[in-house]
Structures are given as C-alpha cells and as structure tokens.
Design a binder for this molecule. Sequence first.
Ligand code: GRF
Length: 192
Amino acid sequence: MRVVCLISGDGSNLQALIDWQIKGLLGDAEIVGVVSNKAQAFGLERAKRANIATTVLSHERYPDRCQFDRALISVIDNYEADLIVLAGFMRILTAQFVNHYANRLVNVHPSLLPKYKGLNTHRRAIEAGDSASGATVHWVTEELDSGGIIRQAEVPIYAHDSEESLRQRVLEAEHSLYPAVIRDLSLGVVAC
Ligand code: GRF
C-alpha cells in the first residue's frame, strides 16, 4: 500500500509513521512521498532524513483553492498513492479533491469526534469540563471532520491541565493510534 503523507508543520505524526516503518511495524504500508504546502515545514526534514521523497506545493502560488487542489492531485497521483494520510495538513480541501480520493483519504483529529470539530479542540474540551479527550482517525469526506470514524484513543483530562499539557497528551496518543490504523488498513484488518 503506497502511502503519501500531507503535512504543513512539525510532522510529529509523520515521524511516528516513519519510526514504525523503519522498525518494520507498518504492515504492508510504505510511505513513498511527503507533500507539504509550506517550504519551512519541519516534517520535510524528517522525511529527507528517512530518505523519503518530498514535494513542496505552496498554495500561495495558486489563485484559488480549486487550482491548488488540482495541482495537489497531480503531485499525489505521480506517487501512485493508494492511501493519502493527512498529518497536520492545514488546508481545507475541495469536494473535487475529497471525491477524487474517496475511501483513500484519512485524517487524525485531536478530539473524540463527533465532539469538537474544527480548531481549538483542547481549549473547548477543558472549558466544557470534560474528564476525557483524545484523538480520532477518520475517513475524510466533504464535510469537515465528519467522515466515518475508524478508531479513537482516549486520554484523561486532569484538573490542573492547560491547553498545552492536554495537547501534548493527545499528541502522544496520536503517535501510536495513527500508525496502528495505517498498518491495519494495509493489512485489510480495517475495511477501506
Ligand atoms: C495534530 O494535532 C493532529 O491531530 C492535527 O494536526 C496536528 C499535527 O501535528 N490534525 P504534527 O504536525 O503531526 O506534529
């Protein structure tokens, strides 16, 4: 299963996937390319260190979302990707893009969906007085953070938690949740 990861930033989830791949734990999945819309994304460095091909496609060079997404499709399809893994990719994707990759596009979101779609998930969970939060890996559909849930990991919220401490705890949970889901998808344990 040829995997292309889309990133915009630090790429700690990408690193977790790379680590699993290096240890031979990623099943039949292989990360064949990493695409970033930001030239400065540290995740690009992580990919290069692991000898994984990278492409930078800056959205600022395109007049609108549609044309950017069309270029992005062309880059991804050049990698002959079977699965597209959003790993901190901070762009809202067009229906055209999402439909092109129907059932081949997954995302990790830092909340227990359907709670807290969108941004500031940790602040909202703390403000709501929730006793737990977590991460969700889900299929990507046209509606933001609303596709079918594949798997979730739960973490506690403590009384002394700040947005940052909760963010760290959830991120750590993502780092084992996401690679395990990609492995299982590649092995057919989870239906595509
Ligand atoms: C994570 O919080 C993830 O849930 C969200 O974007 C962030 C990516 O972090 N979709 P990183 O770039 O993988 O460190």
